[in-house]
Design a protein around this ligand. Structure first.
Ligand SMILES: [Zn+2]
Length: 283
């Protein structure tokens, strides 16, 4: 089983722009939303949508549509603040507020969280304890691939439990190609040929490991505005957007997917889940 996840945010929220500037950008989140929503529904695949509290407040009808179609709603924080730039108090406020906004719309408990830009690293592991204190059960914020912005390279690349933080982690799924580790999803899904993602997932299946796939609505909206941002971000944000739909169709034909909650529950039924303490993610 594999998890299909969407970080549910608009194009200008997926780059680091000040919150105060958001009103001036063209609102296009529904364009990408409906493209991926319809592709998933055609295949009868339920996904997990890590939703910004701000998006839920401004597009409550989309949250209701997702919920009515049987998708899982999860939290991506309120306004895309990097978790490691918040104080523990601010983080607690951010994740509690977002959880409540979305739960009030669906009437269902929300259990999973992903930090913006995978921003739980060795520097802010306190965030995992706050998540469990505030009622979250699953965190999908940690990437075992270290980049300039995020990552904990020693993070196990499987579903595991942290006994002291009392939370289950489902990290990003890496695969090997050209002697490097890459993630299954996001920019890598557009920048590299689809066949590499496919082989990466097949390899994980042969090792009885589940895969976490992630993508964003703006990756299905190839004509969203191009703005002046730093070169690295511009490259990963805008390159090969025209390939996302085609690659996704192939992916959905080749593999089965479900929500994060269902995949974690299934994994726990069929595997002895490894347990660690938070130290496994330090330094
Ligand atoms: Zn995001």
């Amino acid at each position: 089983m594999n998890a299909f996840t969407i970080d549910f945010e608009d194009w200008y929220q997926g780059v680091e722009l000040p919150y105060s500037d958001w009103p001036k950008y063209e609102k296009r989140v529904e364009i990408g939303f409906y493209k991926i929503f319809e592709m998933l529904n055609q295949k009868n695949i339920k996904a997990t949508w890590f939703t910004l509290g701000w998006v839920a407040q401004n597009y409550p009808h989309l949250i209701k549509e997702l919920h009515n179609a049987g998708h899982e709603l999860a939290s991506h924080g309120y306004k895309h603040d990097l978790a490691y730039k918040l104080t523990p108090e601010m983080f607690k406020e951010d994740v509690s507020k977002t959880k409540k906004i979305i739960e009030d719309l669906t009437g269902q408990p929300l259990v999973a969280y992903r930090a913006p830009f995978f921003s739980i690293t060795s520097n802010n592991l306190w965030a995992l304890e706050i998540l469990s204190e505030t009622g979250y059960q699953i965190d999908c914020s940690v990437s075992p691939i270290k980049t300039w912005r995020y990552g904990i390279s020693k993070c196990p690349d499987k579903i595991f439990e942290l006994t002291d933080a009392k939370i289950t982690l489902f990290p990003i799924s890496p695969f090997y190609a050209f002697t490097k580790r890459w993630a299954i999803g996001g920019a890598y899904f557009r920048l590299l040929p689809y066949g590499l993602t496919k082989r990466g997932i097949e390899k994980r299946i042969s090792q009885k490991q589940y895969t976490m796939f992630y993508i964003h609505p703006w990756e299905y909206d190839e004509h969203h505005p191009i703005i002046n941002i730093d070169r690295k971000t511009k490259f990963t944000h805008y390159t090969n957007l025209s390939k996302t739909v085609h690659n996704t169709r192939q992916l959905l034909n080749d593999f089965t997917f479900d929500t994060v909650s269902n995949v974690v529950a299934n994994y726990k039924q069929n595997h002895v889940v490894e347990q660690f303490t938070i130290k496994v993610l330090q330094g």
